[in-house]
Ligand binder design. Sequence first.
Ligand code: SAH
Ligand code: SF4
Ligand code: F3S
Length: 496
Amino acid sequence: MENLIHELRDGRLRPGEGLTFGTHRVNPVEHIPFDVKTLTRDFQVGRKASGEPYRFHIKTYGCQMNEHDTETMAGLLTAMGMQSTVEDAEADLILFNTCAVRENAEDKVFGEVGRLRPLKARNPELMLGLCGCMAQEQSVIQYVREKFPWVDLVFGTHNLHRLPALVMQARQSQETVLEVWDGPQHTVEGLPRLRRDEVSAWVNVQYGCNKFCTYCIVPHTRGAERSRFPKDILAEISELVNQGVREVTLLGQNVNDYGADLGEVNFAQLLRQVNALPGVERIRFTTSNPWNFTDELIAAIAQSNHVAEHIHLPVQSGNNQILKRMNRTYSREFYLALVDKIRQSVPDVSLTTDIIVGFPGETEEQFLDTLSLVEEVQFDNAFTFIYSPRENTPAAAWKDDVSESEKRLRLQRLNELQYAISLEKNQALQDRVVEVLVEGRSKTNSEVLAGRTRTNKLALFPGSEELIGKLVPVHIEQPQTWILKGRIVQQEVARR
Ligand code: SAH
Ligand code: SF4
Ligand code: F3S
């Protein structure tokens, strides 16, 4: 196992590593433009014998980072002449863009890969591929080789831009084509993308994570932190605005660290620069780690009128010993003081969080500290998880004497508390008029539109299609735990 760790980490920065010049760490990764010309010249798939186009379906698991990678892969495949489908039976290429953060996410993928095998008999041209975070795990590669030798293609998070070449190779090959890089070799700019939404768009600002929380596999699957240059980020956002996008969400595992490897601007400065771009209506970002959420960042959020009043601030636990063993590098008191500071500067801010229960050795008293923190902070929403041991992470080797049933019970107790708080928070919006950015139709009722408040709450209200992409004032009539139901009114909404 020890060897595996070294093999997996080879070529990456570990926490605190990296060459230090002046105040910033130098990113050893080169930024290169994507070669679109070669893609459109040499990697065209043509049409099937029937004259039909080749079709692809990408199944996405995990976080927004993965959702956005799927948009990039869809862009690459479309540029190769393929068309997207959501029907497995119609597809000639099915890609599993996987998540490794918890075991149940992995189990789901393996189940699906097995279930889809019979489709290969029906369509001899069908290729199955596995990519994303699971592909960065040695044990997964081994498992796929042994149990699913009929998988055609495996590639990881660092060589996504190689998809066209790998698809071409897999079409010719009788064996699984496997290309997984240990770490990033470059940051590739200018990749084509097929975005899922015309109103709201994701924009990468930073890749990877250097934090090495002791439970987390992400630094292993995504490599060391690398920031994109501000000029590339700003150019991408300007282009999106020209195409009609109204809202951008800046993506990184630890956005507060943005720019530390470049020494140009920090995250607070980047936010101000994005805010100053003409045409950007709303700016969101995720995720920020509490430990380096600086006063400068709070001020930038408070003073930038397009930055939405929602901060996702994962706390993970309310107990100091557990936080220490998680390597979260902040204490309960630090977190609570940070929440106070944010609320003072950004009135009406909505706060959401991530929490893990059943960390190895977590006692009932330690869990009660998490409940009391949740009670004290009054989050708008929380994503709650049972701890899942992950290969090559320190916590996976630690003694764990808490039973599965006890962990499930803790999750239930935590959720019950949070659901009541979420409902109460939403009920406080009864009869308020809030600004909603209309994103599309409701999934369950075509007469109803769906959109989000600045505080990232889902609002549903009757309305017609021309309003998609517009900001509308909505009077909240029926607030519920997860949604706000209301009606559009002819009234100005107070803006900050
Ligand atoms: N970079 C983000 C988190 C990304 S992972 C941050 O630090 O804020 C998303 C969430 O998954 C984490 O916040 C954590 O709550 C959860 N998670 C990560 N590893 C886990 C594990 N091994 N078991 C259970 N939950 C985990
Ligand atoms: Fe994982 Fe987030 Fe910690 Fe990074 S900061 S190791 S992504 S939980
Ligand atoms: Fe999962 Fe990878 Fe995101 S492990 S949470 S898809 S970074």
